[in-house]
Design a protein around this ligand. Sequence first.
Ligand SMILES: Cc1cc2nc3c(=O)[nH]c(=O)nc-3n(C[C@H](O)[C@H](O)[C@H](O)COP(=O)(O)OP(=O)(O)OC[C@H]3O[C@@H](n4cnc5c(N)ncnc54)[C@H](O)[C@@H]3O)c2cc1C
Length: 309
Amino acid sequence: MVKIVSIDTEIYELDNIDDILTHIERCGRTCYKSENLITNETAVPFISGILKSGHESVIEHANIIFSMPNNENNQKIFEMKDIRGLNISVEQDENINEKVIVVSGNLRALRDIARTYNIHDFLYAINKSIFYIKEDENTVFEGLKIEGIQKSRFSQIHNYITTHSILDVGAYKDITRHRLASFSIESTRYCNYSKGKFGSELTMIEPSNIEKGTPMYDEWLKGVTSIEETYMRMAELGAKGDQLRMLLPHSTKADMIMTANVAEWKHICNLRCHMSAHPSVRAVMYKMLDKFYAIWPNFFDEQYKKFAN
Ligand SMILES: Cc1cc2nc3c(=O)[nH]c(=O)nc-3n(C[C@H](O)[C@H](O)[C@H](O)COP(=O)(O)OP(=O)(O)OC[C@H]3O[C@@H](n4cnc5c(N)ncnc54)[C@H](O)[C@@H]3O)c2cc1C
């Protein structure tokens, strides 16, 4: 029987450098629904595997924030602005009452700096050799230090949030249009829902815009039930995940991991909490906004006042 669940969202916290590997593994395993395989020893082999296979978008979910003195040598970093996923600004450091260069970015961007510019300072500062492109290279920047993992005391472009959401395929199609963010999503190609691991059933999201107990809801339920029956019959005939997914409707449940900086999240809230957005997207974005506001009332004050129910 089709399982019906509600939209939900949670924040995947990361604030300690030693938790970077487990955070990335947790985000990556969402794509394969293999979170149950996580143990204390699985992060390194899992990440080595994704790096070897070139599935590097998964390491975009961990962001590191650095600062360094604003001197002529360190200003070379501005030549690297073309690296995607990197944010650079000059900001006042209240701790020392001076302007500093603040650089932040995800691990993919920091590896791209090493590959493109042969600058390994950021990877060496993080000190996790699994991410190195080369070892024992000279460093270039002076006084580089880590200021935070995901969160920092600097501006909104240097603060990042990773969310895990349970939403329908229609909503994730809309949300993944936002380009300044990173995504890992349960794959409908690799997850075969006819297998026991998925309870041999399809899972749908309760529609946000079709009221339960109405004739229209009953028709929706009949429709998804019939899809499930066909799905299982095709699986019995030997259909693979790639073939089976051709049946799946917009209501199908998906797990989505999404990471962006606060500036982009605010932009997404402005567009997707708005009445003109689809009700499924609005439902998940309202939940996210509540959680963002609880952590960063200053950053999300405007959006919360505008959209909170
Ligand atoms: C109510 C609604 C209806 C929609 N309907 C449709 C539709 O019918 N068809 C459809 O195809 N899409 C539709 N969309 C999607 C929409 O067109 C955008 O693709 C999506 O909302 C992403 O937002 P964005 O472009 O503002 O910025 P993001 O992708 O979130 O990027 C953030 C900002 O970065 C900058 N930016 C990012 N990439 C570039 C770039 N390549 N060039 C210049 N600046 C860039 C822009 O300043 C942008 O605002 C709809 C969206 C909404 C909210």
